[in-house]
Ligand binder design. Structure first.
Ligand code: MOS
Length: 737
């Protein structure tokens, strides 16, 4: 595909276009949105993890003030999409999964057993407390360690052992490292609670305000569940207060809200509580992983083996790429991996930032670190000695790979050369000091997108797409691209999203929105340029597109003349130019492998008496192609580091395996970093364009911001203390023991 611009010219800085609305409270999030005649739904969860509901007493709730309906499996209206076998719309765009209120079976603790709808949220909450259920209890199975011992993993193509070259080559290598790594459940828990408002507009039309990363996928899921025409489901998601993957699918509570609104004939707002957020919108599955690496004395990896064991629910198989990075990151001819999942009395996990790779990179990047000490080699040098120049799985060239540059840039900014190689050799003010690093990678994708563009006589360029922005700054990046392409000031570009009536945009997942939709926006701008030049041709014959410069809102011709876009419109008697544009994958990409890369550098201070770990310095270096919006890109990397600090030092979903019940399903007990835990995270980008993936030269960034981070911290803790901690989070008790 042709590139429209000189990819080596960096984009100018841009402020976040929706920043003011967000910090002033003007942004309208679903839970805050109001409608006439609105009612409020509150879910009641089961208190057992496995068994059946034998009786449910809803009478006191029904009699409570303001209550309009109590829905349970005994009286729930039929969801037509539920009738067709299992999971009518499961998967990435899924609306199915758990069929809410469809039977009396309890599959996990906290599974919704009733929905109370009242005229106020408070009255619904009170009435929900009056619901009493009786159960036939069965033993809950929530312990992965027990399952590995006692049960068989799920069988299937995804779970077969994968071998490259010689399976056991690592065993006979001169230098070997081996270890078992444990990562607990982690939760997304974005600041904004998941929420749905559903309003039926007649028998076959519904309008839904939904916290979602996929406007179109939500529309499809609800249409499938209620057997509606897709166009008869209107979805609004103008603002999303964080997602990290939890809003990638349509969860059962959204179906419950749509169901209740139909039954009542009034709009229903359903906002999950914070505790419900731990159980009803997915999580990063617990994983136990064993990794072995064999190398030559000069640091060439001879062979690797990676066995991963993780949890899923007992009603859906959730798969992610736990072993993917092990196959990709280093040149290594001999490799065996096996991915195993076990069904549990837990809700279904889902993609969480760096899905799969964030988990899999923990053992891989810690093992590389361990190997560097075994070889007495700098960990960066070890990685460079095993640098994959082509994709080790298929030999394909990379569309672009600047990981080497990212190592060097990051090391320079961080001051890596100040590290003394010996563990427990650095000290400051009575604290042990440690330096750690790691690398991360994630596929760079580009999917299908569609936009509508309108250039008006008043000089405003409006571009619309049914996409949502869970935080990275999609509207900002699209504004930057359109502004640059058209030579228009940023304030003359308006990118509108979050509305299913706009042309279908991609689901915001897999770090691909900017690549996908940035392509569509570039192409739409190119089409607009062509149309503007056509207008010109009525006055100045024989003008080729290539001979026109588009800058500062005007077309500059070779003969020195210039005409503003708005004057060109006026002269042609046109109030506006409108067009739609779509784009898809680049077929050229079949010849290439495409990844983004990160390198994280962490300096920790560990207190030798208390075992407290403080993160003292962070530098994250990224190869994310050409950076489109520097500020939002840097913010995204910083957010990944904050999440990484949480995952490394604090986050741990604790289930009481006697009851299969969450112990710490709140922010008092499930710890996440606060400001005092986070230093001034520094970010540096290679900022070189990928020449193939898309016309803007960008690659994805959301996932690599986090992938590998936990290993960098664990490696720094080892360097500080001489103690290799293989279980997250790295809490003081583990440092001391
Ligand atoms: Mo991301 S886990 O694809 O929201």
């Amino acid at each position: 595909m042709d590139n429209f611009f000189d990819l080596n010219i960096p984009f100018a800085e841009i402020d976040r276009v929706d920043g003011k609305a967000k910090v002033t409270g003007k942004a309208d999030y679903v839970a805050e949105h109001d409608l006439p005649n609105l009612t409020y739904g509150v879910l009641v969860g089961s208190t057992i993890a496995n068994g059946t509901v034998t009786a449910i007493d809803t009478k006191s709730a029904e009699r409570a003030p303001g209550v309009l309906a109590v829905i349970t499996h005994l009286n729930a209206p039929k969801v037509p999409g539920y009738e067709e076998g299992e999971n009518p719309a499961k998967g990435r765009t899924g609306g199915g999964g758990l069929k809410i209120f469809n039977d009396n079976r309890i599959r996990f603790n906290g599974q919704p057993i009733a929905l109370v709808v009242a005229d106020t949220f408070e009255r619904a909450t009170y009435a929900a407390s009056l619901i009493k259920a009786q159960y036939n209890k069965e033993a809950p199975h929530t312990s992965l360690a027990d399952a590995i011992k006692n049960d068989k993993p799920i069988e299937g193509d995804n779970y077969k052992e994968a071998v490259r070259g010689e399976k056991d080559a690592w065993k006979t290598a001169p230098v070997k490292v081996e270890g078992t790594y444990i990562m607990p459940i982690q939760v997304h828990n974005p600041m904004e609670l998941h929420a749905t408002i559903a309003r039926w507009d007649g028998d076959d039309k519904v309008t839904v305000w939904e916290k979602t990363q996929g406007v179109v996928s939500t529309q499809q899921s609800i249409a499938n569940a209620f057997k509606l025409e897709q166009k008869n489901v209107q979805v609004y998601a103008p603002y999303v207060g964080g997602g990290f993957g939890s809003a990638l699918r349509t969860w059962p509570h959204a179906i419950a809200a749509v169901m209740a609104a139909k039954k009542l004939g009034r709009p229903v707002k359903l906002v999950l509580t914070r505790p419900q957020m731990f159980m009803l919108v997915g999580y990063r599955p617990e994983a136990i992983q064993h990794i072995s690496i064999g190398a030559t004395p000069d640091g060439k990896i001879v062979g690797m083996r990676h066995d991963a064991y993780a949890v899923t629910s007992n009603y859906e198989n959730f798969n992610e790429g736990l072993v993917a990075q092990t196959k990709q990151l280093y040149a290594c001819a001999n490799l065996a991996t096996k991915y195993n999942i076990y069904p549990m009395n837990l809700s279904t996990p889902t993609w969480m930032r760096g899905p799969g790779e964030a988990t899999g990179s923990f053992p891989l990047e810690c093992a590389l670190d361990e190997l560097s000490y075994a070889l007495n080699l700098d960990p960066i040098e070890l990685r460079k000695r095993n640098y994959a120049e082509t994709d080790p799985e298929n030999g394909k060239p990379y569309s672009s790979k600047f990981l080497r540059e990212a190592y060097d840039l990051g090391a320079e900014k961080f001051g890596w050369k100040g590290r003394k190689p010996q563990p427990r050799s650095m000290e400051e003010d009575g604290w042990l000091v440690g330096y750690g690093m790691s690398s991360g990678m994630f596929g760079a994708f580009r999917g299908e997108g569609r936009v509508r563009l309108k250039f008006s006589g008043d000089g405003m360029l409006t571009i619309q797409s049914a996409v949502s922005d869970s935080g990275p700054g999609t509207a900002t990046a699209m504004t930057r691209i359109a502004s640059d392409a058209m030579g228009l000031p940023v304030n003359k570009v308006n990118f509108e999203l979050g509305n299913s009536a706009f042309p279908p945009g991609p689901t915001q997942g897999g770090s691909s929105t900017t690549s996908t939709l940035g392509t569509t926006v570039s192409m739409a701008c190119d089409s607009l340029k062509k149309k503007l030049v056509e207008l010109l041709k009525t006055q100045e014959s024989e003008i080729a597109l290539a001979d026109v410069q588009f800058a500062q809102g005007e077309m500059r011709l070779k003969n020195g003349k210039s005409i503003s876009y708005t004057d060109a419109l006026k002269a042609a008697n046109l109030p506006s130019i409108e067009l739609t544009e779509s784009s898809g994958r680049n077929p050229e990409m079949q010849k290439y492998s495409a990844y983004s890369y990160s390198v994280h550098f962490v300096r920790v201070k560990v207190h030798p008496l208390t075992g407290v770990v403080r993160i003292d310095k962070v530098v994250s270096a990224g190869d994310a192609g050409r950076i489109i919006s520097e500020k939002t890109a840097a913010s995204q990397m910083k957010g990944g580091a904050v999440g990484g600090i949480g995952g490394a030092l604090m986050e741990e979903g604790v289930i009481d395996h006697r009851y299969g019940r969450w112990v710490n399903n709140n922010f008092a007990d499930y710890h996440v970093p606060v400001h005092a835990d986070v230093p001034d995270v520094e970010v540096v980008f290679v900022n070189k364009p990928d020449p193939v993936l898309n016309p803007n030269g960008s690659k994805g960034m959301g996932e690599i911001a986090l992938i590998g981070f936990a290993a960098a911290v664990a490696n720094a803790v080892y360097h500080a203390t001489g103690k290799r901690i293989r279980e997250l989070p790295i809490t003081p008790d583990k440092v001391l023991l």
